[in-house]
Each structure stands twice: as C-alpha cells, then as structure tokens.
Write a protein that binds this ligand. Structure first.
Ligand code: SF4
Length: 338
C-alpha cells in the first residue's frame, strides 16, 4: 500500500490525525492480513478503506521451501504490469530471519555469473513494492510467532541504481511510527556504483554496506563484472574504507569463489593486501550454478585453502553456508520464474 494513500484517505474523509497512527500500528507493526483486521477503525470506515485503497501492490504467485526448511523463495507478481520477481527468506539456525529483498525486476549490471544479470533489466520496483515484499513475509512469520530480524538488499537488482526507491523503503522500515527497525539491521549490497554510493552516504545512511567484490584486481573484476570498467576498484575501496572509519563498522566484501577464475592462492594473497583487518569482513561464497553459465563452484579444498590465506593475514572472513540452492534461491540464482 502506498503510504501517502492513507494520508489522502484521512484528509478526504476529514478524519482526525490519530487515525493515521492507529492505521500505521496495525498495518506496519501488527502485520494485518486485510483491512478488516484494523479493528480500531469502525466497520464503515474499513469498508471505505477497502473501496479506496489496494491492500498490496504485489500478489504472491508461489512459495517454495528448501528441503531443510531454512529457505523460502517467493515469486511475486506486481499488480501494475504482472511482471514477476523473487524474494527470499533465510531462517538461520541462530534465530535470525533475514529477508533478501529485490529492488528491480532483472538487473542492468550484467555480472557474468548471475542469473538475474542474464535476464536483462525489466524495470525498477517502487519503494512500496519493496516494502510490500517485507510485509508479506512478516505476515507469514507472524503465524509462527516470529518476526523479521534483518533485511538485505541482495535480491534481484542493483540497489544503488534504484536509489530513491531503496531509500524510500528504508525510511518506512526504520520509521518508529511504521516498522521501527534499526538501520543496523539493514544491509545494502552493491556491485559498486561509486557516485551513487557517495550520494547514499551524503544522505546520512548508517546501515550496513556490502560490496560484491569477487576479484582482487581491476582486470579480473572487469572480466566477471563488466560494470567495473566504469568504476575503478581503488576509488571504490576508498569510499568503503571511509564509510567504515566514519561509522566504526566493518564493511562486508562478498567474494564468490568460481573454480579456476578467481580462487587461486595468488588471488587470496592479493585480496588480503586490499583489506584493512580492523574494518573488513570477507564473505566467501561458494559459487551457485546458473543455467547457461559455464562456471563451476570451487572445490572444498580450494575454498579452505583460500580462507587459510586470509586467516594467516588476520583478515576476518566466513565461508557462507549455501542456503536454498535446491530451489534456486541462493546467491545469484534469482530469476522470477514460477
Ligand atoms: S550480481 Fe547483483 S548486480 Fe550483478 S547482475 Fe546480479 S543482481 Fe545485478
């Protein structure tokens, strides 16, 4: 639901302002599943609300759960043009429930290893469409007395190329009168659009940042992420480092390990030299296969050898546990198909 619509509704029906607070509490904090459940409003008002405002900008097409039950992939269709995209819920063993939101349908960035990139760009999602993904999942979790603990912009699309919508959504996630989440629980993951990143930081973003790095030097990065040609790695890393210093938060660097491409020990050594041990965390991600891409996942031995090099240089790192690859919901596999 478009947030401005409720204010227009209140104004056009000459309702007192406290109605907005009642509505926001029910809609954004209690995760009502239909306007009928907004019982602080009279039956007549609820009927008018249903008549005037569409409850969600999205329709759920399918829900798919991984075998271990820890990952759920939802295919959404947006009402406006029936285009489809995917959102993922990851249920971690430590109790975190992370929603991996999409901000675009397809993606214009075209990383060679990514299924979304192969789709091309089919459109930006609006702030409301981003929020409606999260609300839909929050309503599902509510049935199990659970809540969303983290939101990551790591689904389909490049968040910094749809910045106003992403910022608009974050405003709703963090507004104490709406979802009231701490910005610390939100992560923007980017392929590295330096000028837009600077714009985001200028606007005062204090959430978490992750850079899809995937290569330890400019040449290799350009090979697997063509957009890197526009954004020199040295400048990009300098902005990330500055952000880490200013906010006193470690920045995450995502590094997908692809067999024979970027998993050599020399790559690990070079990567270690780029990192400040106090301000960086490297997420090593075993590559998830994508149809039509000839890349394969690095062997377990190579992944551990790569990690050992980082360990030796005291660079904080984790090897990401692959979640949801049996339902094509893992990193780089989202395509929006039923
Ligand atoms: S990895 Fe991210 S930025 Fe690159 S093509 Fe895929 S969705 Fe776009």
């Amino acid at each position: 639901m478009e947030p401005s619509r409720i204010l227009e509704f209140i104004a056009s029906h000459k309702l007192p302002n406290y109605r907005a607070a009642q509505f926001n509490k029910a809609f954004y904090q209690e995760y009502l599943t239909s306007f009928d459940e907004c019982t602080t409003w009279s039956k007549e008002l609820r009927a008018l609300l249903k008549q005037d405002i569409i409850f969600s900008t999205l329709t759920v097409v399918t829900e798919q759960k991984s075998k271990d039950g820890q990952t759920m992939k939802i295919v959404f269709e947006r009402n406006v043009d029936h285009k489809r995209f995917e959102t993922v819920l990851m249920r971690h063993e430590d109790g975190r429930n992370t929603v991996c939101v999409s901000c675009m349908i397809g993606c214009p960035v075209g990383c060679i290893f990514c299924a979304t990139g192969k789709m091309g760009f089919l459109g930006n999602l609006t702030a409301t469409e981003i929020v409606d993904q999260v609300l839909t999942i929050a309503r599902m979790l509510k049935k199990e007395n659970q809540t969303i603990t983290n939101i990551v912009f790591m689904g389909m699309g490049e968040p910094l190329l749809n910045l106003s919508a992403v910022e608009g959504a974050i405003q709703i996630f963090t507004d104490p009168n709406k979802m009231g989440m701490s910005e610390r629980r939100i992560t923007i993951s980017t392929s590295g659009i330096t000028d837009k990143l600077q714009e985001l930081l200028k606007h005062g973003y204090t959430g978490r940042l992750a850079l899809s790095l995937h290569a330890p030097d400019q040449t290799l990065r350009e090979q697997i992420m063509p957009i890197a040609k526009k954004y020199p790695l040295s400048q990009l890393l300098a902005v990330f480092k500055q952000f880490a210093i200013q906010t006193n938060k470690r920045v995450s660097y995502e590094y997908i390990l692809i067999d024979g491409i970027n998993d050599a020990m020399t790559c690990a050594e070079q990567l270690a030299t780029l990192m400040d041990p106090k301000l960086s965390h490297i997420n090593l991600i075993p590559y998830n296969p994508v149809a039509g891409v000839s890349y394969t996942r690095s062997s377990l031995a190579s992944i551990h050898a790569f990690a050992a090099v980082l360990e030796k240089q005291h660079i904080q790192h984790t090897i990401r546990v692959t979640m949801g690859d049996d339902i094509a919901a893992a990193c780089g596999q989202l395509v929006g198909k039923k």
